[in-house]
Design a protein around this ligand. Structure first.
Ligand code: 5GP
Ligand code: MG
Length: 176
């Protein structure tokens, strides 16, 4: 597929993504049966995943957002900065972090530490995509939608220079 001079090769089809979301929703609905968790979406990339996921849940839930900026001078020494904090009170609550993709693992580590400081009743981490070959994690990710190769992907919320988020599937981006 061609898009504004880039070649996009599909990595995950619409149907594969939706089927996996149904499975994740079923797992969360069972885990939090009779509870009301707060889902916290990591802006901007997770907004479509979160929107599809909450509509597949069959439990009550609340939601909020957090936004971060990460700077990778070098892969191992990048830093993460908070751009927009959550507004919800999460102390004593079941919190579910909804991330689009884990690459180096730096962003999710920052979020996990920050959420744990507020002393939630439980913290569950869900990511649609994980790049296991590059992620450097010293804690487990509770639910991973798909493991992918360490390539740059776009679509289904994920951007290239703020564009391509609206594409319905997930594609590998190839520059000309
Ligand atoms: P990390 O801190 O794990 O290295 O990176 C996390 C953030 O980098 C993700 O939340 C996402 O915003 C961005 N990112 C990492 N890999 C990709 C990718 O392949 N495509 C896009 N569009 N964003 C990515
Ligand atoms: Mg992100």
């Amino acid at each position: 597929m061609e898009f504004h001079g880039y070649t996009l090769t599909q990595v995950l089809a619409k149907e594969e993504i939706q089927n996996r979301i149904s499975e994740i929703a079923a797992e969360l609905s069972e885990k939090f049966h009779n509870e009301v968790p707060i889902l916290i979406g990591v802006l901007n990339g997770s907004f479509i995943f979160l929107a599809d996921l909450i509509r597949a849940l069959d439990i009550d839930c609340e939601m909020d957002f957090i936004k971060l900026a990460s700077y990778h001078g070098d892969k191992s020494t990048g830093t993460v900065r908070l751009r927009k904090d959550i507004s919800a009170e999460i102390t004593g609550r079941h919190v579910i972090i909804i991330e689009d993709i884990i690459d180096s693992g730096l962003t999710i580590k920052f979020i996990k530490d920050r959420m744990n400081d507020a002393d939630p009743k439980s913290l569950t981490i869900v990511t649609l995509l994980l790049k296991p070959d590059v992620a450097n994690l010293d804690f487990p990710i509770d639910i991973v939608g798909f493991e992918i190769a360490p390539e740059f992907v776009v679509g289904y919320g994920l951007d290239y220079d703020q564009k391509m988020r609206h594409l319905p599937a997930i594609y590998r981006l190839e520059k000309e």
